[in-house]
Design a protein around this ligand. Sequence first.
Ligand code: ADP
Ligand code: MG
Length: 245
Amino acid sequence: MTYAIETQGLTRRFGRFTAVDSVSLTVPEGTVMGLLGPNGAGKTTLIRMLLGALAPTAGTGRVLGHDLRTGAEAIRQRVGYMSQRFSLYRDLTVAENLAFFGRVYGLRGDELARRQEELLAWAGLLDQRRTIAGDLGGGMRQRLAFACAILHRPSLLLLDEATSGVDPMSRRRFWDLIYGLADGGTTVLVTTHYMDEAAHCDRLAMMNAGRLVAVGTPRELQAAHGDGGGLEQVFVKLARVSAEA
Ligand SMILES: Nc1ncnc2c1ncn2[C@@H]1O[C@H](COP(=O)(O)OP(=O)(O)O)[C@@H](O)[C@H]1O
Ligand SMILES: [Mg+2]
């Protein structure tokens, strides 16, 4: 099996505080992997290391076959990243945002124009192309941010609470886009606090206090830790157990 992400004992400390504590995780290519855990669990810190944006304190990792420590540049070319605090240019229109990010990724001329149209259609924003990004509603803004994150056709997508604060219909639509990409072979690592979203992932990795406390399919985690309840029950139980450990 080929892994899009492979880490061994990946650790990040800030001073004396260990934000990510010896995480060993594999994510098979083409999988939608949900990364769960309470606030402060270390999810964002782990993702920043996977992006090559933050150096590990200890441990090793490979993303799309590139070493995290030496291959950050190559990783960035092939990874799409979207965080909760987004980075759209609020004073630019929808089309201008796509064009801007496209140029950042080296797209030019006809190729850029084609990709822009493709993504406007993909994200359901054809009628909004001249709308100022700052005036878009939450769901549309999210889809524009998503479109900007995949302009360069990344093989791996890291989505960090990308659906926080959007209405259920928009989340639904967002997930349809995620599945579409996964069907096309893209690997997706997505953090979420919504258990309905977690239930739709191929596999889940649960973190707490910097540690990876469980990995498996939603069904496996439910069987092992659900006590007859749903994924909420798994989440609550694993959060408590590791907090006491
Ligand atoms: N740059 C930093 N300096 C110091 N502490 C940090 C820094 N970044 C994150 N942390 C701490 O690391 C812990 C994990 O944070 P984070 O990875 O953002 O968790 P999550 O995304 O799961 O909510 C938190 O306690 C946070 O305060
Ligand atoms: Mg976070």
